[in-house]
Each structure stands twice: as structure tokens, then as C-alpha cells.
Design a protein around this ligand. Structure first.
Ligand SMILES: Nc1ncnc2c1ncn2[C@@H]1O[C@H](COP(=O)(O)OP(=O)(O)OP(=O)(O)O)[C@@H](O)[C@H]1O
Ligand SMILES: [Mg+2]
Length: 202
């Protein structure tokens, strides 16, 4: 029942947010009338925060759905590069806003895997979101994909404060955050990695 409630609430939250985002973007584009440079800047701050809320709501939605639909993971043949490129694109404005040097290193040839595109998207989005969020202004975020025959190695690296050794296991627990004031400082509630792990385990 709790999961259903969570799924419904997050769904209900997402619908109006999509509309709010759409209109904010429309106004920013100037299509519905002239917009001053100041207003553009203010709207882009709004949009950034709308996107933060979106990530949070999508996580909650994913979190509640996962528990229910574990059996529904798809096994499609997909090129990992296209998923990762798509995720990366979403974060570029945030990298730029924090003056982060960002590098995406993909192999030239397709990297085929069998998996659930939407779920894999969530895993990478959560890892890159963390890398971006816990990076200092002017830091470096790097995503590398290496294809060694039957083994694909993907790393997401950042030059932020890192995770203390003692917390390495705990970060996959639901709602665990190394810094208890993280929610206030950076947003998020500590479920991104729990979701990612349960997708990986699933
Ligand atoms: N790249 C990183 N650098 C430093 N700490 C990290 C990094 N990734 C994760 N952590 C630590 O692990 C904790 C759990 O990460 P997780 O993604 O599950 O939650 P969150 O990012 O705090 O919130 P949410 O993902 O729900 O928005 C974080 O709060 C942080 O303390
Ligand atoms: Mg996170």
C-alpha cells in the first residue's frame, strides 16, 4: 500500500511539473513575447530547480515501481553509448553552471548490451547526478566506457570530496547520506544509489 501511495503521489507531482517546465521554457525562448536578459537568467535558475525536482520525483516514482515491478526488467539489445550520451546531454547545462570540466570518453564502435534502456538510463543519471552535485565549482567530472571483449567497464569519476571508506557500503542503503545536512544543501533524499543498486541486482 505504501508503495502504491508513493507511486501515485509522485505521479501526481510530476504531471503539473511537466506543464510548469514547458511554460517556463516557452517564456524563456521568447516565443510568447520579449524577454529581458535578467528575466532569462531568472528563468534559467527556475528551470534548473524544476529539473532538480524532476530528478527527485522520478527517483521516488522509480523507487516505488521497482519494488512492485521487479520482474518487468526488459532485456533488449541496446547500444550503451546512446543511453550514456543522452544522460550526459541533460547534465551539460549543470556542468557549465558550476564551471565543471566534463569529459565523456566513449569507444568508437557500438557497445551492445542486453538490458532495460529506461532503467539503465536511471542508473547512469544517478551516478552523473551525484558526480555533478558533489563536485566543487571548477572540478572535473569524467565518464569512461571501455569495452574489453566480453567485459564492459564504466566509470564515473569526480574531483569532489569523495566518499569516506567507512561509508562505501552504506551509500547503497535507502535514505543514507554521508552528510546528514545533504538534503538541505544539495537536495535529494538519499535514494539514488539504492535505486541504482536494486536495478543492478534486478
Ligand atoms: N560522487 C559522490 N561524491 C561524494 N559523495 C557521494 C557521491 N555519490 C554519492 N555520495 C554519497 O552517497 C550518498 C548517497 O547517494 P545517493 O545518490 O543515494 O543519495 P543523494 O544523492 O544524497 O540523494 P538522491 O540521489 O536521492 O537525490 C550521498 O548523500 C553522498 O553522501
Ligand atoms: Mg544521488
Amino acid at each position: 500500500m505504501k508503495n502504491n501511495l508513493l507511486a501515485n503521489v509522485s505521479h501526481e507531482l510530476r504531471t503539473p511539473l511537466v506543464t510548469i517546465r514547458g511554460y517556463a521554457e516557452l517564456i524563456q525562448s521568447g516565443e510568447s513575447g520579449p524577454v529581458s536578459a535578467d528575466q532569462k537568467k531568472q528563468l534559467s535558475i527556475s528551470l534548473r530547480n524544476i529539473d532538480k525536482l524532476m530528478v527527485l520525483i522520478n527517483n521516488l516514482l522509480e523507487f516505488s515501481n521497482l519494488e512492485v515491478n521487479r520482474d518487468l526488467l526488459l532485456k533488449e539489445k541496446i547500444d550503451l553509448r546512446s543511453i550514456i550520451e543522452e544522460v550526459w546531454k541533460v547534465f551539460v547545462p549543470q556542468f557549465k553552471a558550476k564551471n565543471i570540466v566534463y569529459r565523456l570518453n566513449l569507444p568508437d564502435a557500438p557497445v551492445y548490451v542486453r538490458g532495460d534502456e529506461g532503467k539503465l538510463h536511471r542508473v547512469f543519471a544517478n551516478l552523473v547526478d551525484n558526480a555533478q552535485k558533489f563536485s566543487k565549482v571548477g572540478g572535473i567530472v569524467e565518464l569512461n566506457v571501455k569495452n574489453n571483449n566480453d567485459r564492459i567497464e564504466i566509470t564515473v569519476e569526480d574531483t569532489g570530496e569523495g566518499i569516506p571508506e567507512s561509508a562505501l557500503r552504506k551509500v547503497f542503503d535507502r535514505f543514507y547520506q554521508v552528510d546528514p545536512s545533504s538534503t538541505r544543501k544539495h537536495g535529494g533524499v538519499g535514494i539514488g544509489l539504492a535505486i541504482s543498486k536494486s536495478i543492478y541486482d534486478g
